[in-house]
Design a protein around this ligand. Structure first.
Ligand SMILES: Cc1cc2nc3c(=O)[nH]c(=O)nc-3n(C[C@H](O)[C@H](O)[C@H](O)COP(=O)(O)O)c2cc1C
Length: 201
């Protein structure tokens, strides 16, 4: 598995992804920042789920989660992933794949501080991806957490943080009539250069 870090995204590619996100937000589409994140577990089993894109720059795409969740455990065992955005209102899809790195404690703290208090409490309450005997216990746990942190800042749990997916490949898909969709793909070559090409739909 090649998990060496790829070079930064070409500036025009980054700008294009940013422009698509802006267009999706402006179109009124709900959750324009939602992306499907696919991971692979230590035993090779695949899984996917929706997460929210929280930051984007030439290094890649950042999202936050519970590090002990299924995805967190997958990424600890195999630090690779792919994400897919589909914006129905634009009839466009973007997906990319590559190695994944943990965000720094400073990055995690900065984003944690910007989260609403209720979501901070939620992170303390949820043992994400573990079995719960009765979901009604969530409300009791929330009340207990509110009591525990009453009148003081809520610290970031050790098990909560972010990841950055560093794209090694990225594809722009544009829907067209008769399934003659456009697929414009970028991949990092073994020499470490971004190469652009087209695929049949
Ligand atoms: C629109 C939407 C956005 C979501 N955003 C996140 C997110 O940013 N981080 C997260 O951990 N879970 C998020 N979730 C919940 C995940 O899809 C998933 O249920 C949870 O993270 C557990 O996944 P896992 O057991 O595969 O680790 C979101 C779900 C939806 C529907």
């Amino acid at each position: 598995m090649n998990v060496s870090l790829p070079p930064p995204l070409p500036a025009d590619v980054l700008e294009r992804v940013r422009a698509l996100l802006a267009e999706a937000r402006a179109s009124g589409l709900p959750e324009p920042d939602a992306m499907t994140l696919a991971t692979v577990g230590a035993d090779g089993s695949p899984s996917s789920r929706t997460v929210l894109l929280k930051a984007l720059d030439a290094r890649g795409l950042c999202f936050y989660t519970n590090l002990e969740s299924r995805k967190g455990r997958d990424l600890a065992a195999r630090p690779i992933a792919s994400v897919t955005f589909y914006w129905r209102s634009l009839w466009k899809q973007v997906h990319c794949a590559g190695p994944v790195e943990r965000l720094t404690a400073e990055e995690n703290d900065a984003y944690w501080a910007a989260r609403p208090r209720a979501r901070q409490l939620g992170a303390w309450v949820s043992q994400q991806s573990r079995e719960i005997d009765d979901p009604r216990r969530l409300d009791e746990a929330m009340a207990a957490a509110e009591e525990r942190f009453r009148d003081r800042p809520i610290p970031r749990p050790d098990y909560w943080g972010g990841f950055r997916l560093r794209p090694r490949s990225l594809e722009f898909w544009t829907g067209r009539e008769a399934r003659l969709h456009l697929r414009e793909r970028y991949e990092v070559t073994p020499e470490g250069i971004w190469r652009r090409f087209w695929l049949f739909p």
